[in-house]
Every structure is written in structure tokens, then in C-alpha cells.
Design a protein around this ligand. Structure first.
Ligand code: GUN
Length: 292
């Protein structure tokens, strides 16, 4: 059995956050305190955990941090007004509305209401266009940016590599594919999804697999070419009565059986998750710098 490298997202994120701390000090010396507003509508328990973790990281870096928790019954117009107020608040450089919102909210409309210069999630059409155009003034969505940073700081060369992204979401799959094919990475990219024919065969071609589908333990050992690098974006809650919480977290990759076939793999938790938050902080610093 092969001993894979475990890509320690927690350690790499800590290094990124140290860089952020230094940049925060520089901005503060110029009279700018980076500010991030996080809006949570409803009571999705996983979202509440993510939002809490984002606010803690802001506090740790010395950001101005606003956490707005709205009831599940909040109307679309009320939410749009909250976004408009944040757009107009000079102490707020970054705005994030936690996804997914309750069903009666039209997420696309809310995203379009966010000032693109404060859209640290990179979901606004203007920032999506900038990602396609490889314009660095845009914001890159945090999770795919975190995957790229983790690969880069782990010394994994993507030049000419065959990459397969499983999942085509706005938050991860599509931006991930654009980053991998872009001039900073130069991979050859396939985007696979739930309707792809023979997903295991497509996946087996990959030198680098990015799993971002939200299905627990979907990627099995025989889907993975020996020596491939596997990045697991999934954070799935599965029932586990032996845990105090009643659940455990598992990725989209069946880690126990896949890991021995890989040259490097991210664990869940402790892989991509911490990188996502670190990149959100980097994006907020970028917004603060650009807005001045
Ligand atoms: N839900 C899961 N990931 C994300 C993210 O990166 N941003 C937002 N706003 N919501 C999310």
C-alpha cells in the first residue's frame, strides 16, 4: 500500500492567515480597517457553523465584522434592503450572503444586488466575467481559490495535467474548472456531473480529481488512477449515533479506500474547509485595498 501525502489544509490556511495578518496591519496603518459583513437567513445548522467560523476568523485578524442573522421568514425585499444598506456602509468592504437561502428567496437576484466591488464571494455576474477574462481585479470564489492555493503551496504542478472536476455548481465546479484551465495553471480540464456517462471512467483519466458534488463517499478506489492527486470539497453530514452531535462529517470521496491509491489527498475535515475561510479573508483584504 502506498503512503499518500495528506494535504493539511489547516496548516496551509494558517500560513495564508499569517500573510493576511501582516496585510491587515499595513492597511490599518493607512487608516483602513478591513470590514466583512456576513448575512445568514434562516436556521440551517451547517450554515450557522460556517458563519460563526467566518466571524471568529475576522475577529482573530482584527477585521471589522458584522454578522446579520435574519429569520427564515425574511422577505426578499427585506433582504435586498439589508444588502443595499451594506453596499452604502463605508466600514464594510466585503458582503457575503450565506448560501443556500430559504426557498422563497431568489438567490440570483440577491447576488446581483451586491455591489460587485464588495462581492467577496465572486458570485456577481461582473466577477464571473472577470474570472473568465482572467482579470485580477475581480473576486475569485473562495472554495475553488482555496483548492488552487492548497495545490500551489503543496508544490503540485498542474502544467499540462489532466484534471477532472466532478460537479458544476456556481460556487465550486464551474469556477474551479476555469481556474484549472487558466494561464496560471494550464491543466486540461473535464467537468463531469451527475448526468455524465460513465463517471468512473472519466475520473480514472485524471491526474488531479476535484470532487465537489455533495454526495457522501461517492468516489471509490476504482475511480482513481494510481498516483493521482485527490481534492475532496465535500462536507457531508451523515448520521452517526456514536457521536455526541449525532452525525459525523465525510467528504465526497471514500477516503479509507481511495487514499492508499493516491499520491496526495485532502482529508475531511481539515482539508479544503479551512482554505475557504482563509481565501475569504484574502478577498476581503483585496476589497479593502481596492475600495481604499
Ligand atoms: N455556502 C457554501 N459555500 C459558500 C460560499 O463560499 N459562500 C457563500 N456565500 N455561501 C456558501
Amino acid at each position: 500500500m502506498n503512503q499518500p501525502r495528506i494535504l493539511d489544509g489547516k496548516a496551509v490556511a494558517a500560513a495564508v492567515l499569517d500573510e493576511c495578518r501582516a496585510e491587515t496591519a499595513e492597511l490599518k496603518a493607512r487608516g483602513i480597517t478591513p470590514g466583512l459583513a456576513v448575512v445568514l437567513v434562516g436556521n440551517d445548522p451547517a450554515s450557522a457553523v460556517y458563519v460563526g467560523s467566518k466571524a471568529r476568523t475576522c475577529a482573530d485578524l482584527g477585521f471589522h465584522s458584522v454578522k446579520i442573522e435574519l429569520p427564515a421568514e425574511t422577505t426578499q425585499e427585506e433582504l435586498l434592503q439589508v444588502v443595499r444598506d451594506l453596499n452604502a456602509d463605508p466600514a464594510v468592504h466585503g458582503i457575503l450572503v450565506q448560501s443556500p437561502p430559504p426557498e422563497h428567496i431568489d438567490e440570483a437576484t440577491v447576488i446581483r444586488e451586491i455591489d460587485p466591488r464588495k462581492d467577496v464571494d465572486g458570485f456577481h455576474p461582473e466577477n464571473v466575467a472577470k474570472l473568465v477574462l482572467e482579470d485580477p481585479s475581480g473576486f475569485v470564489p473562495c472554495t475553488p481559490a482555496g483548492c488552487m492555493k492548497l495545490l500551489e503551496l503543496s508544490g503540485i504542478d498542474l502544467n499540462g495535467a489532466e484534471a477532472v472536476v466532478i460537479g458544476r455548481s456556481m460556487i465550486v465546479g464551474k469556477p474551479m474548472a476555469l481556474l484549472l484551465v487558466g494561464k496560471n495553471a494550464n491543466a486540461t480540464v473535464t467537468i463531469a456531473h451527475s448526468r455524465s456517462k460513465d463517471l468512473p471512467a472519466i475520473c480514472r483519466r485524471a491526474d488531479v480529481v476535484i470532487a465537489a458534488v455533495g454526495r457522501p463517499d461517492m468516489v471509490k478506489a476504482d475511480w482513481v488512477k494510481p498516483g493521482a492527486v485527490v481534492i475532496d470539497v465535500g462536507i457531508n453530514r451523515v448520521a452517526d449515533s456514536s457521536k455526541k452531535s449525532g452525525y459525523r462529517l465525510t467528504g465526497d470521496v471514500d477516503y479509507a479506500e481511495v487514499a492508499p491509491r493516491t499520491s496526495a489527498i485532502t482529508p475531511v475535515p481539515g482539508g479544503v474547509g479551512p482554505m475557504t475561510i482563509a481565501m475569504l479573508m484574502k478577498n476581503t483584504l483585496q476589497a479593502a485595498r481596492q475600495l481604499g
